[in-house]
Design a protein around this ligand. Structure first.
Ligand code: ATP
Length: 347
């Protein structure tokens, strides 16, 4: 079966600056794929090229086996939902949703049925006559989503779809968006710089930095097996340690997640399957369900450990207290030989 979207070696520069650099990617039908990366890494530029608003200098974009190079935006089987939603302020919710359908020449009865279907889909039937400025942020977002889905695009592009919503609403809307996508089967490509958003929405994530696609995989693959320090650091909390962690092997750099780090007394010793390291206590932050504790090794490396409130009570560390970090050898993730170089280049 053909992939829904196949991007091959796409390049786009603005002046001397390569915004997207030889990016290749395959997205299958029914996926929610998140392009995740720091501000300015080229995510929006890639999205705009998929929509046809920017022209790549080289490379190709195939959708459903068809080369999109010469296809104008309105004729692509793609729609885009902008970050600010770009709703028409003078039109009602129903007319905003109907806008693209009207322009496509759909008959009045079919149009009315389709708008009704979409209003129910996004739970806005009661609000169909309202103008955007009398809607809540979540309702505006759902109007924009219904408008973007109206013509049944094969691929829906969403640029920071939840950025304008407050935290609580963002979490609810994430769940709604995933359930809507499952119901419709439309593929979504979501651009975001928010790792939590990407982790909770995506079936697969592509991490971008400086125009390059660094690694793609499921949220779990990227979290558990990051290819380099940049990916490890971008997705969640991590500590990096360099040393002779593998017997008989030269020094390597490892990534260690805080939930895999135990803190014990200064006299604690590792078992056969563990590794121990003397550290001293620096500080701790209460996160609600857990504590994030920062300790420092003799060589000055900060290591983060996630402790339950009970563990924290038992340890009751004083400032500067000598402790031992213990972690399972099986939980240390050895990074590619360039070690921390990928991180240094990115920050
Ligand atoms: P953000 O998360 O901040 O939106 P982004 O990852 O989406 O960032 P892009 O908007 O794609 O990044 O920008 C990539 C680079 O290209 C940036 O350095 C940006 O300044 C530059 N750029 C984007 N659009 C243009 C343009 N029209 N003219 C000149 N430079 C541009």
């Amino acid at each position: 079966m053909l992939p829904l979207l196949e991007i091959k070696k796409i390049c786009k520069s603005f002046g001397d600056l390569p915004a997207v650099n030889s990016l290749s990617l395959v997205v299958n039908a029914g996926e929610i794929f998140c392009l995740l990366g720091p501000s300015g890494c080229g995510k929006t530029t890639m999205l705009r090229m998929l929509a046809g608003f920017e022209t790549p200098e080289s490379g190709s974009i195939m959708i459903d086996g068809r080369d999109m190079t010469a296809v104008p935006p309105a004729e692509r089987p793609v729609n885009i939902m902008f970050q600010n939603y770009a709703l028409f302020p003078h039109l009602s919710v129903a007319d905003n949703i109907a806008y693209g359908l009207r322009r496509s020449g759909m008959s009045a009865p079919a149009l009315s049925d389709r708008v009704d279907e979409l209003l129910h889909l996004v739970r806005l039937k009661r609000f169909e006559g309202r103008k955007p400025d009398s809607l809540s942020g979540g309702q505006r977002q759902r109007t924009a989503l219904a408008r973007a889905l109206a013509r049944q695009p094969k691929l829906l592009l969403l640029d920071e779809p939840l950025a304008a919503l407050d935290r609580k609403l963002r979490e609810e809307t994430q769940v709604e968006l995933v359930s809507l996508q499952r119901q419709l089967g439309t593929s979504f490509i979501v651009v975001t710089h928010d790792q939590d958003e990407a982790m909770s929405l995506a079936s697969r994530i592509g991490i971008m930095n400086e125009g390059h696609l660094i690694q793609t995989g499921s949220p779990q693959e990227l979290y558990d097996k990051p290819e380099n320090a940049f990916v490890a650091d971008f997705l969640g909390e991590v500590s990096f340690l360099t040393g002779a962690f593998i017997r008989g092997e030269p020094d390597v750099t490892i990534a260690l997640r805080p939930e895999h780090v135990s803190l014990r007394s200064a006299r604690a010793k590792a078992t056969e399957n563990e590794f121990d390291l003397p550290v001293h206590y620096e500080s701790a932050t209460y996160l609600g369900a857990n504590w994030m504790v920062r300790v420092k090794s003799a060589s000055g490396i900060t290591i983060k450990a996630l402790l339950s409130p009970d563990e924290m009570d038992q340890l009751a560390p004083q400032s500067g207290a000598q402790l031992t970090v213990i972690f399972l050898r099986s939980k240390m993730h050895v990074l590619a030989p360039d070690g921390l170089a990928s991180l240094a280049g990115a920050k």
